[in-house]
Design a protein around this ligand. Structure first.
Ligand SMILES: *Cc1c(COP(=O)(O)O)cnc(C)c1O
Length: 379
C-alpha cells in the first residue's frame, strides 16, 4: 500500500499530511470581502447576495435562485414549499449525508428509504418504482402509502459525491405518482445529467457551500426553481416572512432567519468565478487516479456514470470487502494521507431505525466498501 501513499504524495506534491478536501481561495475573495466590509452591508442585505443569486441561476440554468445560510436550510425550505407537512412521508436514499434526513425531520415528516444504483450511488429509479408499485396507491391524485396510511409528498434523491443519479427517470416516476421532486444537489454543483445541470430537474433543488464543498461561502446554501411563485415564497420564508415596508415590522407568518449574509455572499461570488477551473482540475485528478488504480488489484476508482458529467467533488475508490476497506483506511490515515469511509446508512442510525425501507442491497454493499480519497484542487 506504500505505492498508493507515494502516488498521492507525488500527485499533491507534498510529504506533509494530505487532507481529504481543502478549500482554495486563489481569486477575488479578499478583494470582494474588503469591499463588503467597507460598504458596512455585511448582514442580510447587500449587493453581493443579489449578484450571487443572479449569477448562480445563470450558471445552472434555472430561472430563480434564493441564497440561504446553509444547505440544510435550503432543503428545509424546499420541503416546506413542496407542501410537506407533519406526518407526511418523503422518499430518499439511505446512503446520504445526515442533512437530507434532518431537513425532513424538522417538519415532523418521515423519511422512507429506497435503494441506490451501484454505478451512480444515487437513488435508483427501479427501486423507487417497485417500492411505489408494491406499497402505494394513488387516491384522488394523492400518493398513499398503504402500509402506514400516510401521504408520500416528496422524493429527495441525492447526487452522491457529485456523480449524477438517473434523475430523468426518477422525475418521470415522481410525475406519475404525483410526488414532488426535490433534488439534494449539495454535492453536485458543476455536474450535468444529459447536458442539463443537476438540481434543475426537480420542482426545487438545493445546493450547499459549506467549507468542504466544491466552492464555499464559509457556510451557505441556495434554492433553485423555475417557479416564480415558489421563488417568491422562498425569499419570504427565509427572511422571517417580513412584509416589505420602509420602516414597520410586519410579519405575516412564522418565517425563518435563513438568509445568506452579504459577507458570505462576497466570498461565494469570488468562488463561483473559479468553479469551471476547479471542475477541470478535479477532472484531471480523476483521470490520474483512474489510470493509477487500473493497475492496483482489488481497488477500483469510481468513475462518473453514463450520460453525465461529474464535478468529481469527492473522489472515491471501492474495495473488495469491509476488511480490505479497513486495512486501506488504517494504512493511509496512519501514513499522512486522509481517507474516509462513506456514510453509515441513515436507516441504521438511532433516529431513523424504525423508518420504512425497501431492500437496500446496493446501499449496504457500498457502505462496506467505498472510501473517499484526497480530492482538493491541486495548485
Ligand atoms: C453538505 C450537504 C448538505 C448541506 O449541508 P450544509 O452543511 O447544511 O450546507 C446536504 N446534503 C448533502 C448530501 C450534503 O453533502
Amino acid at each position: 500500500m506504500q505505492n498508493i501513499v507515494n502516488f498521492i504524495q507525488n500527485t499533491f506534491n507534498t510529504k506533509e499530511f494530505i487532507p481529504l478536501h481543502e478549500p482554495r481561495f486563489i481569486g477575488n475573495e479578499k478583494k470582494y470581502l474588503n469591499d463588503c466590509i467597507d460598504s458596512t452591508f455585511v448582514s442580510s442585505v447587500g449587493k453581493y447576495v443579489d449578484q450571487f443569486e443572479k449569477e448562480f441561476a445563470k450558471k445552472v440554468g434555472s430561472k430563480y435562485a434564493i441564497a440561504t445560510v446553509n444547505g440544510t436550510a435550503a432543503l428545509h425550505i424546499s420541503l416546506i414549499l413542496a407542501n410537506v407537512n407533519k406526518d407526511d412521508e418523503v422518499i430518499t436514499q439511505p446512503l446520504t449525508f445526515i442533512a437530507t434526513c434532518n431537513a425532513i425531520s424538522y417538519i415532523g415528516a418521515k423519511p422512507v428509504f429506497v435503494d441506490v444504483d451501484l454505478d451512480t450511488m444515487g437513488l435508483s429509479p427501479s427501486s423507487l418504482e417497485s417500492f411505489l408499485d408494491e406499497n402505494c396507491e394513488l387516491i384522488d391524485e394523492v400518493c398513499i402509502n398503504k402500509t402506514t396510511n400516510n401521504i408520500i409528498k416528496a422524493c429527495i434523491p441525492m447526487h452522491t459525491f457529485g456523480h449524477p443519479c438517473r434523475i430523468d427517470e426518477i422525475k418521470d416516476i415522481c410525475d406519475k405518482w404525483n410526488i414532488t421532486l426535490v433534488e439534494d444537489s449539495a454535492e453536485s454543483l458543476g455536474s450535468f445529467y444529459k447536458e442539463k445541470h443537476t438540481g434543475t430537474f426537480g420542482k426545487l433543488g438545493a445546493f450547499s457551500f459549506n467549507g468542504n464543498k466544491i466552492i464555499t461561502s464559509g457556510g451557505g446554501g441556495i434554492i433553485v426553481t423555475d417557479d416564480a411563485n415558489l421563488a417568491k415564497k422562498a425569499k419570504h420564508l427565509t427572511t422571517t416572512a417580513k412584509v416589505p415596508h420602509p420602516f414597520e415590522y410586519v410579519h405575516d407568518e412564522i418565517g425563518f432567519n435563513y438568509r445568506m449574509p452579504n459577507l458570505n455572499a462576497a466570498l461565494i461570488v469570488a468562488q463561483l468565478e473559479q468553479l469551471d477551473t476547479f471542475c477541470n482540475n478535479k477532472k484531471e485528478l480523476a483521470l490520474e487516479y483512474e489510470s493509477f488504480f487500473k493497475d492496483i488489484e482489488d481497488i477500483d476508482f469510481i468513475k462518473q456514470p453514463k450520460n453525465s458529467i461529474s464535478n468529481y467533488w469527492l473522489q472515491a475508490v471501492i474495495l473488495k470487502d469491509s476488511k480490505k476497506r479497513d486495512e486501506f483506511l488504517e494504512y493511509t490515515n496512519k501514513n499522512g494521507v486522509m481517507t474516509r469511509p462513506i456514510w453509515k446508512l441513515m436507516n441504521e442510525l438511532e433516529m431513523f431505525k424504525d423508518s420504512q425501507s425497501s431492500e437496500l442491497t446496493n446501499s449496504k454493499y457500498l457502505e462496506q466498501t467505498v472510501v473517499n480519497i484526497p480530492s482538493s484542487v491541486i495548485l
